[in-house]
Every structure is written in structure tokens, then in C-alpha cells.
Design a protein around this ligand. Structure first.
Ligand SMILES: [Zn+2]
Length: 370
């Protein structure tokens, strides 16, 4: 029934999205925070237009809108088109359009339930609720289905209080969905049980919010951090995850060895904090820690009592060290320079690829793991 409406909304949202990025030809790359604001002001209104009446939409209708949202956020974060979807929301704090439309529709239901019984919208609501009770499709029937899809229960004759109680549960359902998507993904292991540091205090990071490291000013440095954290980089753990034209099978995780030391898996933490087989890498790391110490404690006018010294950070588990550095834009900026140089060093050194015989021999003994 609403196909034409959804198509028109998707088309307008795509146009608005293209226009938003068009300014990059004059201004350079749009930083993520500004891009998020452009999205909220120019693209989002088309993606939710009339959703109180049309409902969340069928799978096919909704996927047109989701395509626009995903493409915008991937372009903003400079992620490839096959990147995981959950990270588009965990890193920006924006809601997936499916959940956002459902939240708006629930808010509209709440409003309609408080209208006088003689109001036309109230009469229409009573009719659609009575049709749903007789298993006839309609606005309320579709809303109940959308709630069930989001693991929520909407009573057949809800009161305003019932609806108000569903809204916070929707937020919890969204958090659970994103948490599960992240923890089920082997690509996103750096984000599993993610910590966030306020000074030296370790907390659990929010499931979704606009992340501090996305405020790093230099695009190249910011992108290096994004690619390492979100598994969109040139290290063997990622590149050997898939088969290629010359190699049908993915390489088992244990054989994705570091191109410098051949002693450990080549993954972000190894490259940043562990590998000592390249003199150039060691020099970059030394210079990074010096810069970190200088930028954090070089300014005597400010109080730094609760900040980590470089030596303290180095004594933390590597994963915690990375997240502590990413927790403030100042330290993330210094880390970004280092990360971009490390990635460039790895990129310009040939990667180690095990032979087919080695892969077969490994799989024969251990099975296809990782
Ligand atoms: Zn190594």
C-alpha cells in the first residue's frame, strides 16, 4: 500500500545524502561529528517522514531506507561496503532506522490514546485495534508485529501507561541487539566487553555513543584508528580471513602470522604494542610514547593528576591500553599518528601468506578454525 511513499522517501533521502557529501569537493572530508549533524538535519527527516501513519514498513520497504542510512554512515566513517552494520550505530550513537521508526510510532500511539474519544484519530485507532483483535491486518496489527520483531510485547488494548512502559524496553532491546551483534562477530574482538577510561578509572563503555576518537581532527589519523578498531585494515588477521582468486580457502587464524616476526598473529595489538622484529617499528613506537608523555604532561599549567603516564599505560593489558588511549581525543590524536605510520609500514612490507600445503596440513590436524 505504501510502496510508492517508501520509494519516494528513499529517493529524497539519497539525494539529500549526496548533496551533504557534495560539499566535500569544496571543504575536504566532512568530520564525523559534523556529518552526523548533517545526517540528522537533512537525511533522517526523509527516512522517518510519515512513519507514524505508514508504520515501520515491510522488509522490502524498510530495506530501501536502511540502504540509504547504511551508505551514509559507511561513507562518513570511511568504511567498506561490506563492513559490519552494528558498528555504524555503536560508534556514532545514531539509532538504526528500523528502531527509530518504531520508537516514533509508539510515541504517536501514546499521543493518540490520550486524545478525546470523539477525536477522529482516536476513533480510527479504536477501529484498527478492534480489527487486530480479530486477526485482521492494519495499522495496529503491523505495529504489534514490529514490536514482536524487536522482542517487545504490546497488549491488544494498551493504555497510555502500557505504551510508556514499552518505550524504555525498546531502548534495552536495541542495546541488546547491538551488544549481541558485536559479541557474535569475530571481526570485532577489540570491541568485546569494551572498556572506557575517565582518567585512570576504568568503566564499561556505553553500548552506543559518539566516540571520542572520531573527534581526532586529521582525517588520515582518524581513519587509521577507525580501521584498526573496526577491523577494516591491511593486517593479515583481516586480509587472510577470506579466500582469494588464487586461494579458495580462508587461512586459519593461527597461520595469519606477522610479516616481521613470524612468531605471532598479525593483528592490531601486536602491530601497535608487541612486535619488536622491525627496527623501524620500534623507532615509531618509542617516538609515540615520547610524544604521548610530552603532550599529556608537557603543559605545566594544567592538572594531570589522574592521567596515565606512558609507563603505566604500557603495564596495562594491551587491549586496555588501546582503549585508555582512545578514551580521550587528546591521546587518541597522538595514537592516530602512530597508528597511521604503523599501518603504512605494514602496507609497504610484503605480507606472509602460508602455502596451500601448510594450510591443508594445519586444517588436517586442527580442523578449520578461526
Ligand atoms: Zn610481529
Amino acid at each position: 500500500m505504501w510502496d510508492a511513499h517508501f520509494e519516494a522517501c528513499a529517493l529524497r533521502a539519497r539525494r539529500a545524502s549526496n548533496v551533504s557529501f557534495f560539499v566535500e569537493s569544496h571543504t575536504g572530508a566532512i568530520p564525523p561529528w559534523e556529518g552526523r549533524q548533517l545526517y540528522t538535519a537533512h537525511v533522517d527527516p526523509h527516512l522517518i517522514w510519515g512513519c507514524e501513519v505508514t508504520g515501520v514498513g515491510t522488509g522490502a520497504q524498510l530495506s530501501q531506507l536502511e540502504d540509504v542510512q547504511h551508505a551514509f554512515l559507511r561513507r562518513l566513517l570511511r568504511l567498506q561496503s561490506r563492513s559490519q552494520l552494528c558498528i555504524l550505530f555503536t560508534e556514532t550513537g545514531l539509532w538504526p532506522i528500523r528502531f527509530r521508526r518504531l520508537a516514533l510510532q509508539l510515541r504517536y500511539l501514546h499521543y493518540t490514546l490520550t486524545l478525546p474519544a470523539s477525536h477522529l484519530a482516536s476513533i480510527a485507532l479504536r477501529e484498527t485495534m478492534s480489527a487486530a483483535r480479530e486477526s485482521q491486518s492494519g495499522w495496529f496489527w503491523d505495529l504489534q508485529k514490529a514490536c514482536r520483531d524487536a522482542t517487545l510485547d504490546l497488549p491488544p488494548s494498551p493504555t497510555p501507561d502500557d505504551v510508556a512502559a514499552v518505550e524504555p524496553r525498546l531502548k534495552t532491546a536495541l542495546y541488546n541487539y547491538l551488544k549481541k551483534s558485536v559479541s557474535d562477530s569475530p571481526k570485532l574482538e577489540l570491541l568485546h566487553m569494551r572498556p572506557f577510561y575517565t582518567g585512570k578509572t576504568r568503566n564499561t563503555a556505553a553500548v552506543m555513543e559518539f566516540r571520542e576518537y572520531l573527534r581526532v581532527k586529521c582525517r588520515e589519523h582518524r581513519q587509521a584508528l577507525t580501521s584498526l578498531l573496526l577491523s577494516d585494515h591491511c593486517l593479515a588477521i583481516e586480509l587472510l580471513r577470506r579466500g582469494t582468486r588464487t586461494r579458495a580457502e580462508k587461512v586459519p587464524r593461527a597461520l595469519r602470522l606477522c610479516r616481521f616476526c613470524m612468531a605471532d598473529i598479525e593483528e592490531p595489538l601486536h602491530a601497535l604494542f608487541v612486535c619488536s622484529a622491525s627496527e623501524e617499528l620500534l623507532t615509531l613506537r618509542r617516538s609515540f610514547w615520547e610524544k604521548y608523555e610530552l603532550s599529556t604532561f608537557g603543559n605545566h599549567n594544567t592538572s594531570h593528576r589522574n592521567l596515565f603516564h606512558a609507563a603505566e599505560l604500557q603495564s596495562l593489558p594491551h587491549r586496555d591500553c588501546l582503549h585508555a588511549l582512545l578514551s580521550s581525543v587528546e591521546s587518541a590524536s597522538v595514537l592516530g599518528i602512530f597508528a597511521s605510520r604503523v599501518l603504512s609500514l605494514f602496507k609497504h612490507t610484503p605480507m606472509y601468506e602460508p602455502s596451500d600445503e601448510e594450510i591443508s596440513a594445519y586444517i588436517e590436524i586442527h580442523g578449520q578454525q578461526g
